[in-house]
Design a binder for this molecule. Structure first.
Ligand SMILES: *Cc1c(COP(=O)(O)O)cnc(C)c1O
Length: 371
């Protein structure tokens, strides 16, 4: 066993956050009776404030990020037999959403050394029946939203921007989620703003927003967010920017402390002006290092490490058109190690301890390899 196995527990923040502001907001909605309405004031306020924070004209709240992705595809008129381009590594529900609306996924590789879709390959993949690109910002890595939006506009197709992991991030000052013809947020349990379950659609296009409303309501919502959930989210939107700043500081500190590590190498910096946030801090393990051993050692040291999503690559490759050799998507699938974002809200001395423990895991693996 690695010697870190007996490490003292780390004082990590809990998630969901236990801030009094959230409890107060839920209590207020309960006491005022607002909770018992379809169109609760908390929901109207949340939609308004999201529209302003994310710089979009329209916000439609819904029950999950998963529902939001499917509604987004309907809102941009993805039809049976049309093609939708997505990356070979993505949230697995995204390929299923494409299948759910009857369309055909076209799979392109992620960028070398990164978790996000390769814009060059997207350009090559666009064909006669392509109607949309579905692209996700993953693990703090932001795809080239500016380029993909321009490309989509030139080719007359839609960009669906999955910003479920990056509430509050921006590219060239413009919020992630506002670059797509339609953007998608999740308020699922693990996300940076949470109501346990929840999601939202963002758009500045009147017709897309109108189609989203039609797709989501009959007229009652088929996958609505409740007023109580909206009440839980309102105070989190107010603290989002401060908490994101803290997350960035924590990751910058880890990068600095882990310089020269062979295992804990962060992905390349993004090649465009951006300010990101981190749903997970993530690394690619070098070939030959066992991911299971690294994660087990991390967990034994009290560090919440995991593998990230289980991709859909093997099944999808057999069934659908692919562009590029998908080798980077395989790397994402097989060699990602991710660390839960609540770590990033810990005090900086805890971050220092985590860096020490990550380096101890590396030394331990190397001494075993030498033995
Ligand atoms: C979490 C997530 C989703 C789905 O959101 P839910 O609210 O859990 O349904 C979609 N896309 C990405 C990238 C996610 O991380």
């Amino acid at each position: 066993m690695p010697h870190v196995a007996t490490a003292d527990p780390l004082p990590l923040p809990t998630w969901p956050p236990t801030s009094p502001a959230i409890v107060d907001s839920i209590r207020q909605a309960a006491e005022s009776g607002d909770w018992g309405k379809y169109a609760a004031q908390a929901s109207l306020s949340l939609a308004d404030r999201l529209a302003s924070r994310f710089a979009v004209e329209h916000v439609r709240l819904c029950a999950s990020g998963t529902a939001a992705v499917e509604l987004a595809l309907r809102a941009v008129q993805v039809r049976p037999d049309s093609e939708v381009i997505l990356a070979g590594y993505d949230y697995p529900g995204n390929i299923r959403a494409i299948e759910a609306v009857g369309a055909k996924p076209v799979i392109v590789d992620t960028e070398p050394g990164r978790w996000v879709i390769d814009a060059d390959l997207v350009e090559q993949a666009i064909g006669e029946s392509t109607t949309a690109i579905l692209a996700s910002h993953l693990y703090g890595d932001l795809f080239d939203a500016k380029r993909l939006r321009e490309l989509a506009d030139q080719r007359g197709i839609a960009l669906v921007e999955d910003a479920c992991q990056v509430h509050g991030a921006s590219l060239t000052g413009k919020p992630a989620g506002s670059w797509g013809h339609v953007g998608v947020l999740s308020f699922g349990a693990s996300k940076l703003m949470t109501s346990g379950c929840g999601g939202a659609l963002l758009s500045s296009n009147d017709r897309i927003a109108q189609r989203a409303t039609l797709a989501a309501g009959r007229p009652s919502g088929i996958a609505p967010l409740s007023g109580l959930q909206a009440a839980a989210l309102l105070p989190q939107l107010a603290t989002l920017d401060d908490w994101n700043a803290q997350r960035r500081t924590a990751v910058a500190r880890l990068k600095q402390l882990l310089v020269g590590s062979r295992i804990w190498q962060f992905a390349e910096a993004m090649p465009y002006e951006s300010e990101t946030t981190y749903f997970k801090a993530a690394w690619f393990l070098p070939v030959g290092v066992s991911r299971d051993s690294v994660i087990a050692a991390g967990l034994a040291a009290g560090i919440p490490l995991g593998t990230g999503f289980n991709g859909f690559l093997r099944r999808a490759r057999r069934r659908y058109r692919t562009v590029g050799d998908l080798s980077q998507s395989e790397t994402c699938n097989d060699r990602s190690v991710v660390m839960d974002h609540r770590v990033l809200l810990a005090d900086l001395d805890v971050i220092d301890t985590i860096a020490e423990r990550l380096l101890a895991i590396e030394r331990d693996l190397e001494s075993k390899a030498d033995a």
